[in-house]
Design a protein around this ligand. Structure first.
Ligand SMILES: C[C@H](O)[C@@H](O)CC(=O)C(=O)O
Ligand SMILES: [Mg+2]
Length: 367
């Protein structure tokens, strides 16, 4: 329980230069710098408890260009067109308070995860192979590959990854909205031979009926539709579910404003019997979403069938309570709160434009 009145609020623009290594790149966001508006609220209660919150959008996350219309062109990493939500944490207890068999199972085995970190679109084939080999050694069994910019490149990269992981392990694909509806069906019919479990964001996230059309065409090929990382409220999810437009529902802990909005989507997904497989490609998203998905298992869906949570292996070192992955699973967080708190020294260093990291980088980028 938080006592006191809000006495201090700070908002900082924190950016990480992930584009330098091609981390986080996809068919629409070719040079993303993972970023967040980081908010800290303190009270006059003097009990040491503070609330920390982040907002995150895709691409160059904290730059929102209100003047432009439409979806933006590929490479438009600095121009997110979507709503942003603010989520946060105050002090208190960690999510896991219920005592039940499912809780024990989570504590022992964790929540199953897949990795996106081997196959960002900007990685070379050599990097892809090297990261994939390491991930296999580390026990990963589910892999997501970015597609959608060039069909021949996709065929080559999917062949590499399928050859490396073998026929049994799971492969997902993510087009980040790059196609129109007929193009999505045509393109995925060609990639079907690599046996993807799903194609994610095949087209504009606003096109609910378009997703339904794609779903009708691809489900018979064994390919499900996954979407949701750009869906900013429960009404959009309600319509996607009603239109039978998706087989995997991807909540995003920052896109949907507040934990409550996320919870209502978990409940609707349960009603429609659609598995929730959260999005976590962004700064801090893994930290946050682990709470929601473990809650989903313990208190809502009670099932792991067809369910898996995304994991990306970037920027965890900047968080005070980073995620813990063991045997390709999220181990339940035991610290109080929503794991949103960043380390002060990381915030200082990466604050834009006057943090140490950007002071060095900006003059070089201007030349
Ligand atoms: C720009 C982001 O990295 C995006 O590619 C993340 C994403 O689509 C995912 O993780 O899924
Ligand atoms: Mg995605």
């Amino acid at each position: 329980m938080v006592r006191g009145r809000i006495s201090r609020l700070s908002v900082r623009d924190v950016r990480f230069p992930t584009s330098l290594g091609g981390h986080g790149s996809d068919a629409m966001h070719t040079d993303p710098d993972y970023s967040a508006a980081y908010v800290v609220i303190e009270t006059d209660a003097e009990d040491g408890i503070k609330g920390c919150g982040i907002t995150f959008t895709l691409g160059k996350g904290t730059e929102v260009d209100w003047s432009r219309k439409g979806r933006g062109a590929p490479g438009d990493s600095g121009r997110p067109k979507r709503g942003v939500g603010l989520v946060g944490q105050a002090g208190g207890k960690a999510c896991l308070e219920v005592t039940c068999g499912h809780e024990k199972q989570m504590l022992a085995q964790g929540y199953p995860a897949y990795t996106t970190s081997c196959a960002w679109l900007g990685y070379s084939d050599d990097t892809l192979k090297q990261l994939c080999a390491q991930a296999l050694k580390d026990g990963w069994t589910r892999f997501k590959v970015k597609v959608g910019a060039d069909l021949q490149d996709d065929m080559r990269r999917c062949q590499i990854i399928r050859d490396m992981i073998g026929p049994e392990k799971t492969l997902m694909m993510d087009a980040n909205q790059r196609w129109d509806v007929p193009e999505a069906v045509e393109w995925m019919s060609k990639l079907a031979k690599f046996k993807p479990l799903w194609i994610e964001e095949p087209t504009s996230p606003d096109d609910i009926l378009g997703h339904a059309t794609i779903s009708k065409a691809l489900v018979p090929l064994g390919i499900g539709i996954a979407t949701g990382e750009q869906c900013h409220n429960r009404v959009i999810f309600k319509q996607l579910l009603q239109a039978k437009a998706l087989q995997f529902l991807q909540i995003d802990s920052c896109r949907l404003g507040s934990v409550n909005e996320n919870l209502s989507v978990l409940l609707m997904a349960k009603k429609f019997e659609i598995p929730v497989c959260p999005h976590a490609g962004g700064v801090g998203l893994c930290e946050l979403v682990q709470h929601l998905i473990i809650f989903d298992y313990i208190s809502v869906s009670a099932s792991l069938e067809n369910r898996v949570c995304e994991y990306v292996d970037h920027l965890h070192e900047h968080f005070k309570y980073p995620v813990m992955i063991q045997r390709a699973s999220y181990m339940p967080p035991k610290d109080p709160g929503y794991s949103t708190e960043m380390k002060e020294e990381s915030v200082k260093k990466h604050q834009y434009p006057d943090g140490e990291v950007w002071k060095k980088l900006l003059p070089a980028q201007e030349n």
